[in-house]
Design a protein around this ligand. Structure first.
Ligand code: AMP
Ligand code: MG
Length: 419
């Protein structure tokens, strides 16, 4: 049994990000939300595009107003109005000013903005009652935020609202993003039926297929659902062989224990996979197979529905995110939280207890779901958003006893929602 940390390192080491040449597609700006940028975006434009005013007021020459006061106002002729979207037609000469609004283009000749509050308008004349603090006051200079030709956005970032605003402003209407990672999902087991089939005694509904498809889609990857495969070596061989053709990552659930009908590892070996992991020291989730084909990663998850989800969150989620081309933040997201209840584990395997993390008084607080941490209890997994981690006991003598975390103690938490 491999410790969880070692399994994580081994898996993530084996994951290659999508290729910046081959695995790129162009999508419309409207459709790029939550996709991952595949190449840096540069703009032909400076930001701001031209010198403009940061305030409503008057564009003036600093020399004309630097020593004015309420008693001795500067008296300037107003030569033009410059509303938004208007190109100034006149140049401001000594003794002149132009009325200007926030964001409007600075007229030539002027170098400073006097804010409206420091002026008094009289027909075609404006009185400036207070001098600006410095030359160039309230002028936003062309290129001050960004110079044309320099990268605006770097590759590997997720495109959310702020990045989409930048893309739109840069007139990038065709956005280069990584294609979606294709994840094949198959459920193994003679006892499984799909949800719409009538249930016979001894049968179990295949819930993993649907849960895993939802988790895969949540990460921005494409689930390829392959249905239920019987506990039959030939069928399993056929299903995996066909998944290799179309998927970057294959997820199977079930059939990785040491039962008489658990064929996954044998078939993987037959198909030429390199098997790296057969079990990991976590609870729930001990039977976990990780194998690699030349272009495909294989995760054989435990069939137990809770174990399947826990091993997905702990090991598969970061692998999918890394493969997707994310430059950062693909590692599992552990945070610290205070537990509201006592937590126990058997001390021998790192235990993952599902529950809810919430912000209380500015700190994270964890409440485990239900009383039972039975790995069979799928029902109380609903509504949870995190896994509380109870570490392995630190010494061998302790390892025979339970690990016990008391209410009020700080524990590690794994956040389980998507990217
Ligand atoms: P296995 O890992 O194949 O030994 O399965 C362990 C347990 O999980 C058994 O009780 C199975 O019936 C159950 N199980 C296996 N696959 C699924 C699935 N796709 N959906 C729901 N339960 C499953
Ligand atoms: Mg089975």
């Amino acid at each position: 049994m491999l410790p969880a940390q070692e399994a994580e390192a081994l898996i993530l080491e084996a994951v290659q990000a999508l290729d910046v040449q081959q695995d790129v597609e162009l999508v419309e700006l409207e459709a790029c939300h939550d996709r991952i940028l595949a190449s840096p975006v540069t703009s032909r434009l400076d930001f701001p595009h031209w010198d403009n005013s940061a305030m409503d007021g008057y564009a003036v020459r600093f020399e004309d107003v630097k020593s004015c006061s309420a008693d001795q106002p500067a008296v300037l002729e107003v030569i033009e109005e410059i509303p938004a979207g208007y190109q100034p037609q006149k140049s401001v000469q000594p003794g002149q000013a132009a009325r200007i609004l926030t964001g409007s283009v600075m007229p030539t000749g002027a170098d400073t903005i006097v804010i409206q509050e420091h002026t008094q308008r009289q027909a075609e004349t404006v009185l400036v009652l207070e001098p600006p603090s410095e030359p160039q006051a309230f002028v936003r200079h062309q290129g001050a935020f960004h110079k044309s030709g320099e990268p605006l956005l770097s590759a590997g970032i997720v495109l959310k609202a702020p990045e989409i605003a930048v893309l739109a402003a840069a007139q990038c209407v065709q956005v280069p993003v990584f294609r979606r990672v294709r994840v094949a999902i198959l459920s193994t087991g003679d006892e499984l039926v799909s949800p719409e089939q009538p249930l016979q005694p001894g049968q179990i509904v295949d819930s993993n297929q649907y849960a895993l498809a939802a988790l895969v889609a949540e990460l921005g990857a494409e689930p390829l659902t392959m249905g239920i495969v019987q506990d039959d070596p030939d069928r399993l061989n056929g299903a995996i062989a066909s998944a290799i053709q179309s998927a970057d990552i294959i997820l199977s659930s079930g059939g990785v224990s040491v039962g008489d009908y658990d064929y996954v590892d044998r078939i993987l070996a037959e198909l030429g996979a390199e098997i790296h992991i057969r079990s990991v020291a976590i609870k729930p989730g001990k039977p976990l197979t990780f194998a690699t084909f030349p272009n495909t990663l294989y995760f054989g998850l435990p069939g137990n529905p809770v174990s399947a989800l826990v091993t997905f969150w702990r090991f598969v989620q970061p692998a999918i995110l890394k493969r997707s081309g994310l430059a950062r933040d693909w590692k599992p997201r552990f945070i610290k939280a205070i537990t509201t209840q006592d937590l126990r584990s058997d001390g021998k395997r790192e235990s993952y207890l599902w529950g809810n993390v919430e912000i209380f008084d500015g700190a994270y607080r964890f409440t485990p779901a239900g009383g039972s941490s039975s790995s069979g209890n799928l029902i109380n997994l609903a509504g949870t958003n995190a896994l509380g981690v109870v570490a392995i006991a630190s010494s061998n003598s302790e390892a025979s006893a339970q690990t016990h975390v008391q209410a009020g103690d700080t524990i590690q938490m794994l956040l389980t929602y998507g990217k």
